[in-house]
Design a protein around this ligand. Sequence first.
Ligand code: ADP
Ligand code: MG
Length: 242
Amino acid sequence: MIEIEDLEKSFKETKALDGASFRAERGKITGLLGPNGAGKSTCLRILYTVMKPDRGVARVDGIDVAREARRARRRLGVLPHGSGLYGHLTARENIRYYGALHGLRRSSIAARIDQLCRVLDLDELLDRPCKGFSQGQKARVALARALIHDPSHVVLDEPSSGLDVMATRRFRDWIRTLRDEGRCVLFSTHLMQEVTAVCDEVVVIAGGRVRAQASLEALPGLTGHTNLEDAFVALTQPGDLS
Ligand code: ADP
Ligand code: MG
């Protein structure tokens, strides 16, 4: 379970997060949906311990990520915005490096790469440098890297940006598989189609605040609308905190 509680974060005059709170449970895909600049990446960065909040707490299975970053990171698989791969390293080296950062033994890293290679179809990519890869290929390698330590929680920041139709479909299948394995999957997006395609639960964020959290089916009803698009527009109007 991921719990975000009253997070605040400012960059000079810009208030990126203004008291954001929500939860994401295991066995569910939770979409963090909001327009550009809503505070999604800031929130996820705080969660995966690369940034400190000014106030508030992020927890993974009850572990305060600011206090026990190493313990929290063990439970978190992270796909940051953009793939974040090292271009001059091969796919295998990129993945192996992350395994080493997580303190895994070489033999278990190799075994896990074999396994991920089958699931994510990485055979022909593994020993090539990442710099020439297409977006879809990068996304596959980045996902393998995020999953190297078999994390119970998977956090993805705009995972399907730049993917073509087929790659997007495959990506959705993978995150459904992660959910079906009982993991907590949390991903951010500014695209409503993404949310309707895969999410069980939706958190709408705008202006650094969570405007609503509900199941995909229940969300429109919260605003008195019948479809998600109208609900999303209503929820993200500046100043509207209904
Ligand atoms: P989102 O991911 O929803 O598009 P972000 O969390 O990236 O939104 O950004 C929220 C707000 O905080 C934006 O106004 C953005 O410009 C600002 N912001 C984010 N990161 C930084 C940073 N490192 N320095 C300055 N401003 C930032
Ligand atoms: Mg972002």
